[in-house]
Design a protein around this ligand. Sequence first.
Ligand code: GDP
Length: 297
Amino acid sequence: MFENLSDRLGGVFDRLTKQGALSEEDVAAAMREVRVALLEADVSLPVARSFVKSVTAKATGSAVTKSITPGQQVVKIVHDELIKVLQGEGEPDALRIDNPPAPILMVGLQGSGKTTTTAKLAKRLKDREKKRVLLASLDTNRPAAMEQLAILGQQIGVDTLPIVPGENAVQIAKRAKQQATLGGYDVYMLDTAGRLHIDEVLMDEVQAVRDVANPRETLLVVDGLTGQDAVNVATEFDGKVGISGVVLTRMDGDGRGGAALSMRAVTGKPIRFVGLGEKMDALEAFDAQRVAGRILG
Ligand code: GDP
């Protein structure tokens, strides 16, 4: 991920750091190129604008332009600003999964990678945090999706709630809660139904499930390849059901990374994880420092 952006910025900053002295016009010219590079990476226009404005304000002071290594100072400012745009101010909180059994609601459009991500995250919680996890599929319209979660659960050694034909999503959510409580699970994850588009039926169902489950975390799974669309989907879900964080999938195929760069600034919600492949281990905690490092190569 971010290969294209990284290449573009690499070129701009190579030239800048090779120059001995920097005038304000040199910085401004470089920032114009940065802006184009961000837009080409499908970063939203307001985010790209405010990024460049903020870097320019910090980089054109005499402390930078008159320093011995002005180019490197500009790169450092860009680096710090990238971290800010990727994660907001302050350190990210840990997932709120204390007070067992903690419900995690997984929401998103069909095909975003929601079921795969649910299983990946369950595996991660089991392996790294030694949590006992119960998985439940609420996708009553698609028996194949319920079956898929059961198969993945078996594969990763995590229990799934037995499928009872004829139940609706709210009934399944209640049964999951009961089972998680009686069975002494630390976490139970509800994999809600996805649809191809955001519509009222989907949102009504997710809201009804949210109201009975009272989730500690509501994680939206979105396809990172869809760039600004992913950000729009997040804004809509947040407005309708309230999300606590985002998982960006298919970042293994994304050379641009615009969704990652715009998400926090536009929605105010943190990116929690990124999906980097189809395998059950291909889920990484989102780390703004590391991502900024990757972008600047
Ligand atoms: P859902 O309809 O949202 O539940 O989507 P699925 O979980 O069934 O995923 C749809 C397809 O995307 C499957 O073939 C997954 O293996 C694939 N997929 C999910 N996450 C990733 C990812 O991070 N990278 C890649 N390359 N493929 C993914």
